[in-house]
Design a protein around this ligand. Sequence first.
Ligand SMILES: C[S@@+](CC[C@H](N)C(=O)[O-])C[C@H]1O[C@@H](n2cnc3c(N)ncnc32)[C@H](O)[C@@H]1O
Length: 257
Amino acid sequence: MESVCTSERPNETSSLPATASAYLDPGYWDERFSKEEHYEWFKDYSHFRHLIQAHVTCHSSVLELGCGNSQMCEELYKDGTTNITCIDLSAIAVENMQKRLLCKGFKDIKVLQADMLELPFDDECFDVVIEKGTMDVLFVDSGDPWNPRPETMSKVMAMLKGVHRVLKSNGTFISITFGQPHFRRPIFDAPEFSWSVEYTTFGDGFHYFFYILKKGQRSLEEKISDKVSETPSISLFHEELESEDFLFRTNVEELNC
Ligand SMILES: C[S@@+](CC[C@H](N)C(=O)[O-])C[C@H]1O[C@@H](n2cnc3c(N)ncnc32)[C@H](O)[C@@H]1O
């Protein structure tokens, strides 16, 4: 890529891998990010800004997992939350993001190469951890979504334990995902976590899920958000997803089996 400060290409799906399991290969992401300037998985910040803003302040310390080449961190910054750390496993994503943020004047945003399965941060150091589409990567070869493979679950649990550990005692984990509550809730509700689990949705035809996990707030009588009744059936999703990346079409096909 010549310059990360020049004009930005719109979302495109030219970097689709041959198989969904390629999303687990760091080499895939490095190659993709060496060509792609900007791709916003799911939706851009403007679609869920109102949801995020309910959980951050200008004093919040925020960790974003798997930032890729998303603009979410700069949008958060523009809205007043300036203490942001982004991580990504891809060295190319990190380098490009660092250059882009510097060019645009967001020099306070920290960007590090790190594995979300082994977070290199102290215990209880972030108010908010956010991921958008990053946890979904761990599920691409999960097999039966009702009963994911043990290898998948061990990675997912390593990630979630790390997130729980680095969150302050009253911190919040926000997960923006394609993963539906009947698949995600049993995982988020694992007994080792002290967080409460709620969610809402956003999007037009297709609904994405916005999970809010509040550390230390777990109660025995957690209630699922009222929005659950508004969740569209999976059969409505397919046409909408034609414009999404391969990962999500694959998951829908699995769900339709
Ligand atoms: C589906 S993309 C989402 C990118 C971005 N969050 C967005 O919303 O556009 C997944 C991102 O997670 C990164 N990633 C994959 N595995 C990771 C891991 N173990 N630790 C940190 N980042 C990872 C990839 O390099 C990629 O940037």
